[in-house]
Design a protein around this ligand. Structure first.
Ligand code: TXA
Ligand code: MG
Length: 362
């Protein structure tokens, strides 16, 4: 693996040229975007795309996002009533953290679409990503550069730790700005549906568009084909046992006696809220509930820090229950907890009771 650092000032032409050559030759390049790092390859090269799936350990039915420059002729294959909506979206949000799913994309390597007749496209708002796309001269298919179901990377170090041996090049462009993935929307017969909450809040989409915006109930159903295959119940997950809780519970009466001393219960809440938890739990913070942009920026870095490989225990993640970016943050935390949300003190108590034997002898 070649690790190339983008200088903070001065020219990055040499590093970009090198990475672009690797993309054109069928290699895998991890690169920064404004959301998270991507693991990219030439979107026309089926062998390279297969290598991306293999590196992540990602199932082949979970399609990739194709990254393009802003002048890419997106509208050429968007038909009828959807044209206007796609045009409106691209003008309002590109370059930026919005992924648009449209019918088409048969020109890309088959695995990019994961067996569907639609393709996901976005133009990233990051100088390194845009320079790389320009220099490579081809669209770049890229999922987030983490192994399947693990936490997404917001720095080059995260990529190196998780997938270092499997990348040909890592472009280090510093920490990513938003810290959460792009918002994914589908446009079908002129109708807009949010498939994944992300860095562009629902309220901003609704406020910027003439038509209505609905939200796909991707609420973790395991039945039937998923409209967005990436909506797995378990995703973005720390390795330590994790569970999500609603805010404002008084958990002080709960105790967890009889556990080995190396089993630690960590409760992650918000600075500006009073979490009421037993004295022997460790408390950690996502930051201030009043600064959800900062919470999002640090979310994955924090989840990695709170997931020490050498310790057993339980990570309790408090949901924000806020609109805006809160939706995306809560979505990721719920998935990190494999979909289990505890909504009352009784539910937390029952959860701890059934967990006790597992923690004691694991
Ligand atoms: O911010 C981002 O979106 C980052 C950066 C690298 O661009 N990428 C990213 O990719 O998060 P990934 O592969 O981790 O997530 C892509 C999401 C998945 O949930 C996938 O199922 C969905 O987009 N997706 C891709 N193609 C789709 C399609 N044709 N129809 C429905 N959903 C699709
Ligand atoms: Mg991902």
């Amino acid at each position: 693996m070649e690790y190339l650092t983008i200088p903070e000032s001065g020219s990055s032409q040499q590093q970009i040229e090198r990475a672009a050559r690797v993309v054109r030759a069928g290699g895998l390049v991890a690169f920064p975007t404004e959301t998270v790092y991507g693991l990219g390859c030439n979107a026309f090269d089926e062998r390279a795309v297969r290598r991306v799936f293999a590196a992540k350990g990602r199932p082949l039915d979970n399609p990739l996002i194709v990254h393009v420059t802003a002048d890419w002729p997106m509208l050429d294959f968007t038909e009828g009533t959807s044209r206007q909506v796609v045009d409106e979206l691209a003008r309002a949000f590109w370059p930026g953290p919005l992924t648009i799913v449209v019918r088409g994309g048969a020109e890309f390597a088959p695995s990019v679409r994961g067996g569907r007749t639609t393709v996901a496209i976005r133009c990233p708002d990051h100088p390194v990503a845009l320079d790389l796309l320009e220099a490579a001269g081809v669209p770049i298919a890229a999922p987030s550069a983490n192994s399947f179901n693990y936490i997404s990377p917001t720095s080059a170090r995260h990529v190196a730790e998780d997938l270092g041996d499997l990348c040909d090049v890592i472009l280090d462009g510093g920490r990513t700005k938003h810290g959460l993935e792009s918002t994914v929307v589908e446009v079908e017969q002129g109708e807009l549906t949010v498939l994944r909450h992300g860095a562009i809040p629902l309220e901003l989409l609704r406020g910027s568009l003439a038509g209505s915006v609905s939200v796909h109930d991707g609420t973790l159903t395991e039945r039937g084909p998923r409209r967005s295959p990436g909506l797995h119940r378990r995703h973005y997950s720390p390795r330590v046992e994790s569970v999500a809780v609603v805010p404002d519970l008084d958990l002080r009466p709960l105790a967890l006696e009889g556990l080995p001393p190396d089993v630690v219960i960590r409760y992650v809440g918000y600075d500006s809220r009073q979490s009421l938890v037993p004295a022997d739990w460790r408390t950690l913070s996502f930051g201030s509930i009043l600064r959800l942009d900062a919470v999002a920026h640090d979310l994955y870095e924090n989840l990695r820090r709170f997931d020490p490989a050498d310790q057993r225990g339980l990570l309790i993640l408090e949901l924000s229950d806020e609109p805006g970016l809160g939706r995306a943050i809560d979505d990721r935390l719920t998935r990190a907890a494999s979909g289990s949300i505890l909504r009352s003190v009784d539910e937390v108590e029952r959860f701890l009771a059934q967990l006790k034997p597992t923690l004691a002898d694991s």
